[in-house]
Design a protein around this ligand. Structure first.
Ligand code: ZN
Length: 334
């Protein structure tokens, strides 16, 4: 089914990208986050759609004009609005050089939004803004990264600083220029779901929470229900486990840094811990665990206390059962 949907997307790509966004410069605006929110709707730039029935102005996220303005200095901006259910409209923005990636992402946006909602629930905006950068410099500009972004980073999710009690604003998924070439269409879809999961859970996620939970949950969501074999989701981990090299512990936060040399393995371990928990306790319990562990537990004892209260397992028992699950799953090759 997904292949069919994808083929359809490719066939209609030319027609669907036949409109170009125009940006009305609003000189009063600054790059300060939240500035756009204070403007009345009538001041916001109108996005002009050439193809009837595909009016990108349906995308109501107020960050879109600001994102466009940033992107304009890197080339002509093309965009597609996507109905994501419940009367909501997401948008995919990029440049014509990334047209193939844009089409894959646009054709997957509704299904990915629905998949994330099925796992996480409906308490997120569900009208995602997705952007594909045409160069490392544009990627950095769109993610507000300082310095060089490591080439290993395929995509990133950003938001305006979280203000207590206020709604999240400025949330967007940004793909790097090499993402499509390196990942392929199937990989792009997984990364989209991974990043949308971060987007959905951001409002309840405190910085400093255990990375294996944050990244493992996003990875679990990315591959959930896709029937991807474990050898595809976690090749490095599978090879190690098959060689008898089982993890002694859940991966520490610093190992998730792109510069650690162990980031891929750590992501795979995080995915496997979440897949094990979902297998044994169900998706609902995994989501509950995320919600409790994402509150920034102050130390290891606090993490272990949450694991025990949600799963009823001591930490050593959890690790032992996870290792058993890993041995079984990687032996099956499923
Ligand atoms: Zn992530």
């Amino acid at each position: 089914m997904s292949t069919l949907r994808q083929a359809r997307g490719w066939l209609s790509a030319k027609r669907r990208f036949q409109f170009v966004l125009t940006l009305v410069m609003v000189s009063a605006l600054t790059a300060a986050c939240g500035a756009l929110l204070m403007l009345p709707n009538s001041v916001l730039p109108k996005l002009r759609a050439v193809v009837p029935g595909q009016d990108v102005s349906q995308a109501t996220d107020p960050q879109v004009p600001l994102v466009q303005r940033t992107m304009d200095s890197y080339g002509k901006v093309v965009a597609e609005s996507v109905a994501t259910g419940g009367g909501r409209t997401g948008i995919v923005l990029g440049h014509s050089g990334q047209r193939a990636d844009l089409d894959v992402l646009a054709s997957e946006l509704a299904a990915s939004t629905a998949a994330v909602t099925a796992l996480w629930g409906s308490d997120w905006n569900r009208a995602p803004v997705v952007v594909v950068a045409s160069s490392p410099a544009e990627f950095a500009a769109l993610t507000r990264a300082v310095g060089t972004v490591p080439a290993e980073v395929a995509a990133s999710t950003v938001a305006d600083p979280v203000r207590p009690g206020a709604q999240l604003t400025g949330q967007r998924v940004v793909f790097g220029p090499e993402a499509g070439r390196r990942l392929g269409a199937d990989g792009l879809r997984s990364v989209l779901r991974h990043e949308l999961t971060h987007m959905a859970s951001r409002a309840v996620t405190v910085d400093g929470s255990p990375m294996w939970m944050l990244e493992g949950f996003a990875e679990y969501s990315a591959h959930r229900g896709m029937r991807h074999p474990v050898t595809q989701i976690a090749p490095a981990l599978t090879a190690r486990v098959r060689a008898g090299d089982l993890p002694a512990d859940l991966p520490a936060d610093e190992l998730f840094e792109p510069t650690s040399g162990k980031a891929s393995l750590s992501y795979e371990q995080g995915w496997s811990a979440c897949a094990f928990i979902a297998d044994r306790f169900g998706d609902h319990t995994l989501v509950e665990l995320y919600r409790q562990l994402a509150t920034g537990p102050k130390d290891r004892a606090a993490v272990e206390a949450v694991l025990h209260s949600v799963l009823g397992l001591t930490y050593p028992d959890l690790v032992a059962d996870w290792r058993t699950w890993l041995t079984t799953r990687t032996a099956e090759g499923a």
